[in-house]
Design a protein around this ligand. Structure first.
Ligand code: C2E
Ligand code: MG
Ligand code: MG
Length: 640
């Protein structure tokens, strides 16, 4: 029996095809080409069997026809095996577009294939490759041509792997190359011992090796959500840059993602993400004609990407995707929900000249507290990009490197002492390119990126260095804004103690402000830090009181001395109800022995009303705006 190896190959390849179809391993170009390659090998194996099996039981006429047809198709398919393999390898490495873009490579790649196919197609007349005599296969005079062409593609593979080494990991390189030792040995045996039809078996073992080592569906496909993964996105985006195909990438972010997880749990969250992928896919299908290049990816929690070739998109595409995201979602438990989303269109390569730019953009976009809506990156002004914190990290890094932050001080009026005995230190970032960047924008970004630690150190050094000077003018303490993130650092307490010593500053001369939102998450670490610093004699204030959900009962149990009523409440003081709330809040705070500061006081009337209602301290533009050190000193000199 000469075809026992073909039977093995038949079974291996069949199993692979079935498993790939069951596992839906056909999404994504690389997977599709691989599946096609395995099917091609399967077809070749079947034809190989038809051309070599005895088929003695059937009618000789039919047998010869099968033999003739099988052999012809075998050679046709067989000629395509290695060229397709080279394409598959190139796509998997993500370098195929780059390779095939050069005309020389195009000719180099296709010419041997065309010659081979031409020889096979003309074989019925020339019998150059093979002939069937009395139902028996015999080699033609130019059979060697097919071997030479095969060897050529082998050399091309080696050249290709060498040229783009570093793109593939070692395991994949070995797996890709393994097809050659297997098949060369098999072909040599088969050449000298024509009854050992080993070649297809060698191929099937080789593709099995590739399937095991290279095709990692979990890396490219997120089966829970039903879309391509972040890894697939990086690979495809690299390809976009290599192929220089002008593409629009839409990054979609579900702003309310963390609330979805908290409210519905992770399983339901995945179901919602799956629903969104379906929605996005449906929308994309209305934008691009079928068969053209477009892909949908699920990158991360609540973050998606869509890439579409420029020529199919319009100015509206971004808005259309946004609208699709804003439609109601029906969950499995019969609830409907609406999501808060942001979609941003980036043009490649115009907006982001390199692949690295896309990586860092997505990183900031994910962390940013971007407003809901559809945004076209190139249409945004620099200030808008900063506001959405797309570019903010760059300016923060620059300011840290150039030490270009500045501290401003806003005097705070003490009602009891009828003078300005304290001030709040407020950081300023004035960039030479883009101008003033508000701390309300860059502090949250710095908290996300971790730059807050460096900023915090700068603030402490700057303010502690200044305190002793201010004390000479009767300033009792300076209020310093502290981010909850800083407090969570285990070295924070020691750092503060060291700095107090270093600058010779008394613990009574500083007061740390923690925002109400930070105090809400007063978890064990934060509470420990606050308690330890309080034990060192440092007092704390709750900033922006009235913007969160904390209640005085909780705050009462923390070592807090001062509560600062947020300016959003103060600014609507003309409203009777708000006035009633503020009056009550002041009373309550004072009744539990804490002090009250009103922030954002802009008019004499407001200041007077607050004084009449027992407020201890008043801070706002009415008295003074935040000012640099020297102006603050002048201010203090003037009033003393
Ligand atoms: P905050 O701590 O609540 O600071 C008060 C903010 O209100 C300051 O804004 C101040 O300029 C502004 N303000 C004061 N009086 C008035 C007024 O009468 N009317 C109006 N409309 N605004 C007034 P700024 O300086 O832009 O700071 C914004 C926020 O950034 C601060 O809010 C604080 O949370 C944060 N921040 C500022 N400096 C630092 C810092 O050094 N470290 C940390 N972690 N956060 C800081
Ligand atoms: Mg503050
Ligand atoms: Mg405040």
């Amino acid at each position: 029996m000469v075809y026992q190896y073909d039977i093995c190959s038949f079974l291996i390849l069949l199993l692979m095809i079935v498993s790939m179809i069951i596992r839906k391993l056909y999404s994504g170009q690389v997977h599709r080409i691989f599946l096609l390659f395995v099917i091609l090998l399967f077809g070749t194996t079947v034809c190989d069997m038809l051309s070599s099996a005895p088929l003695s039981a059937i009618d000789p006429g039919l047998r010869d026809a099968l033999r003739e047809g099988g052999t012809f198709v075998y050679f046709l398919l067989h000629s395509s095996v290695l060229p397709l393999y080279v394409i598959f390898m190139g796509l998997a490495a993500g370098t195929w577009y780059k390779f095939i873009k050069r005309r020389f490579n195009k000719v180099l790649f296709s010419l041997p294939y065309i010659i081979n196919i031409a020889a096979v197609l003309s074989n019925p007349w020339t019998h150059a490759i093979y002939r069937i005599v009395d139902g028996k296969y015999t080699r033609g005079d130019y059979i060697l041509l097919t071997y030479v062409v095969g060897a050529f593609y082998g050399v091309l593979t080696i050249y290709y792997l060498a040229k783009y080494k570093g793109v593939l990991d070692t395991m994949s390189m070995i797996a890709f190359f393994s097809i050659y030792p297997y098949t060369v040995v098999a072909v040599l045996i088969q050449y000298f011992y024509p009854t050992h039809l080993l070649e297809m078996f060698a191929y099937s073992v080789a593709v099995l090796t590739i399937m095991i080592f290279v095709i990692r569906p979990e890396k490219m496909l997120n089966l829970a959500v039903g879309s391509k993964t972040m890894a697939a996105f990086w690979q495809d985006t690299k390809n976009i840059y290599l192929s220089e195909k002008k593409t629009h990438i839409y990054i979609i972010k579900v702003n309310s993602d963390s609330s979805i997880i908290k409210l519905y749990g992770i399983n339901m969250h995945d179901a919602i993400m799956r629903e969104l992928v379906t929605k996005i896919n449906a929308k994309v299908r209305t934008i691009v004609p079928t068969g053209t290049y477009s892909s949908v990816y699920y990158l991360n929690y609540g973050l998606f990407a869509v890439s579409i070739e420029n020529k199919y998109t319009s100015k509206d595409t971004c808005g259309q995707l946004y609208e699709a995201m804003c439609e109601k979602i029906h969950t499995d438990n019969n609830m409907t929900l609406l999501l808060e989303c942001a979609v941003c269109e980036i043009a490649i390569p115009e907006d982001m000249p390199t692949f690295k730019d896309v990586v860092s953009f997505i990183d900031t976009f994910e962390k940013s507290s971007a407003a809901s809506g559809a945004f076209i990156y190139s249409d945004l002004t620099q200030q808008e990009k900063i506001k959405m914190s797309f570019d903010i990290d760059r300016y923060i890094r620059k300011a840290i490197a150039n030490n270009s932050f500045q501290m401003y001080y806003q005097p705070i009026y003490s009602v009891k002492e009828n003078k300005f005995v304290t001030a709040e230190a407020l950081i300023r970032l004035n960039d030479d390119e883009v101008g003033f960047i508000s701390p309300a924008d860059f502090i949250p970004a710095a908290e996300k990126s971790g730059a807050i630690y460096d900023i915090g150190k700068y603030v402490i050094d700057s303010v502690f260095g200044f305190i002793r000077k201010a004390e000479q003018y009767g300033v009792k303490y300076i209020e310093i804004n502290i981010s909850a993130m800083q407090c969570m650092s285990d070295s924070f307490v020691d750092e503060i103690k060291d700095k107090l010593n270093e600058y010779g500053v008394s613990n009574k001369a500083v007061n740390f402000e923690l925002t109400e939102s930070a105090s809400e998450i007063l978890d064990d670490v934060l509470r420990k830090t606050v308690t330890m610093l309080h034990a060192e004699g440092i007092e704390f204030s709750i900033d922006d009181y009235g913007t969160g959900y904390s209640n005085l009962h909780r705050i009462m149990s923390e070592p807090i001395k001062i509560i600062k009523i947020d300016q959003s409440l103060i600014s609507s003081i003309s409203d009777d109800k708000t006035r009633a709330v503020i009056a009550d809040t002041i009373k309550m705070i004072k009744s539990i022995g804490m002090e009250v500061v009103a922030e954002g006081v802009e008019t004499a009337d407001t200041a007077q009303w607050l004084i009449d209602n027992g407020c201890d301290y008043i801070q706002g533009f009415y008295y003074a705006k935040p000012m640099p050190e020297d102006q603050y000193i002048e201010f203090l000199q003037r009033i003393s």
